[in-house]
Write a protein of this length. Structure first.
Length: 521
């Protein structure tokens, strides 16, 4: 027999391969499709030969058995169609060659699950092929192959969710890029059990934003020196770390910065190690370190949300200084700051008493633009400052958790909130637009309850979206005799919608002019 020849092979003499790739593929054969293929073979026969390799038995030295390398579906369908023989290209192949051919065929079939595809690429790598060679064999880009293979980094929980259909391939890849197993498992639970909108898992965009904000950290904002390889010896320096986005550009094309850490637990370990080193150094030199309950009293919500006890951060700007310099710039290098340990992160933040800043300003002959107020005013100012910082922090946290997929109930809530802030005259206008009658009382007509009742019955997102936009622009309808403001929202909308504002103004002005009486003939 030649190394490769085309011949008719008895169906009864064919055996199926037991390679992992073929077993996996065989498990997903569709019975309906096999029946259709059998019907087609009854009419037209087998149009494309299968690929087989010879198997010998001791029977007068003759070849009487072949292993199907590629074309199992055609063999099964041909048997169903009642054929006795099938055309086959018979070729001498090693076990390694058979495995590779079947892997490549398996990778090119439709309906292959992405994890099975990733495992196939991994097997080809083990057979000695490079990523470039694999990409060429399957007709994909290098970035595509790298992304698929990264799915193998998914832990058990994420894999199960992926197979259940709770994760798309793109969302699963976002999870696979989280290197810490515990963090990945936590993120997977958050993404698959999110209940915004229709109650299903997060969309890709929602998951992308969630992971970026909660599981990725900007190395430029790290409290520790990112180039210190000895801080956490097992991790090394951040610059060459494979968990840094800049070192895996094929996988992090959606992240603009290359200086982002994807391993939040490692980032925290380095932050803690740096804080411990600073703490040890501070205590050795006699520098004051504020920890525990005292630190909690000074910064109960963290240093970024304001300090109690007349303390200021070194990088905080002093607004009573005419030049509005930072504390660090005012006190210089002479004053020794205390170190405040953040009760949440453990980070050490340098702080000084406000009196130190006041004394430094006095010595510099600087006259403050605003003298300290009376004790009650000062107390209220501090309370307002703390409240402002709290609200700003809360606002940012709310913004981070807002859904990108908004349902009717959320729109209703926002609409009712808008209605509560609109003036009576404009409420009346909205009721008129939608043909709503006000709720009449003995001396008044109430438009707000009428609108709220109408909103409660809304079921269409499009209708609520229009109403919300009208509420937004309605604030520009009020004009006061002594006011000189401009309707910025309406003007911006007009520009966006290409409405000729000047033409509208001329038409309204012309319509308002009293008409001259007709001349008597």
């Amino acid at each position: 027999m030649h190394a490769s020849e085309l011949r008719a092979v008895p169906l009864a003499a064919l055996t199926f391969s037991t390679t992992p790739a073929q077993i996996e593929r065989r498990a997903h054969f569709d019975k309906g499709e096999l029946a259709e293929l059998a019907d087609s073979i009854k009419i037209a026969g087998v149009l494309q030969p299968i690929l087989a390799r010879p198997r010998f038995k001791e029977d007068h030295g003759e070849l009487n058995q072949w292993e199907v390398v590629a074309g199992e579906r055609r063999v099964i369908a041909a048997r169903k169609a009642g054929l006795e023989e099938i055309p086959a290209t018979v070729r001498e192949l090693s076990d390694g060659q058979v495995a590779e051919l079947q892997l490549i065929e398996n990778l090119q079939r439709a309906g292959l699950h992405e994890l099975a595809e990733a495992e196939g690429y991994e097997q080809l790598l083990k057979h000695g092929h490079s990523v470039e060679e694999i990409a060429g064999k399957v007709g994909k880009s290098k970035a595509y192959v790298y992304a698929r293979m990264k799915l193998l980094a998914l832990g058990p929980a994420a894999r199960e969710a992926f197979y259940r259909g709770e994760l798309s391939a793109s969302t699963a890849l976002l999870l696979a890029r989280i290197p810490d197993a515990g963090a990945q498992r936590k993120a997977c639970g958050e993404i698959t059990h999110q209940r915004w909108g229709d109650g299903g898992p997060m969309s890709y965009r929602e998951a992308l934003r969630h992971i970026r904000e909660d599981y990725m950290l900007d190395l430029k904002e790290a409290s520790f020196p990112t180039g210190d390889a000895d801080l956490v010896p097992a991790a090394g320096a951040c610059g060459a770390c494979p968990k840094r986005t800049g070192n895996q550009r094929e996988l992090f094309q959606d992240v603009k910065s290359g200086d982002v850490c994807t391993d939040a637990p490692c980032f925290k370990r380095k932050s803690d190690a740096w804080s411990a080193r600073q703490l040890e150094k501070a205590r050795a030199t006699g520098q004051e370190v504020i920890t525990g309950e005292k630190a909690k009293k000074i910064a109960p919500h963290g240093p970024d949300c304001g300090l109690n006890g007349d303390y200021l951060k070194l990088d905080e700007r002093v607004y009573r200084d005419p030049k509005q310099r930072t504390v660090r710039q005012i006190i210089g290098k002479d004053a020794q700051p205390a170190l405040l340990q953040d009760v949440k992160t453990g980070e050490l933040v340098p702080i000084v008493k406000e009196a130190v800043v006041t004394e430094a300003l006095r010595k510099q002959g600087v006259r403050a633009t605003r003298e300290p107020s009376n004790p009650e005013q000062s107390k209220r100012d501090k309370k307002a400052k703390a409240e402002k910082a709290f609200r700003a922090k809360l606002f940012e946290l709310v913004r981070a958790k807002l859904p990108t997929r908004v349902d009717v109930q959320i729109l209703r809530t926002i609409a009712v909130g808008y209605v509560g802030e609109i003036q009576q005259e404009n409420l009346k206008r909205l009721c008129s637009i939608y043909g709503l009658e006000p709720i009449k009382k003995k001396y008044t007509q109430e438009y707000r309850p009428a609108l709220e009742e109408w909103i409660a019955g809304m079921t269409k997102v499009e209708q609520l979206a229009e109403f919300l936009q009208l509420c937004y622009y309605a604030s520009d309808l009020s004009v006061y005799t002594w006011g000189d403001g401009t309707p910025d929202r309406l003007l911006a909308a007009a520009k966006s919608l290409r409405i000729d504002v000047e033409k509208v103004r001329k038409e309204v002005t012309a319509a308002a002019k009293p008409k001259k009486p007709a001349k008597k003939k």
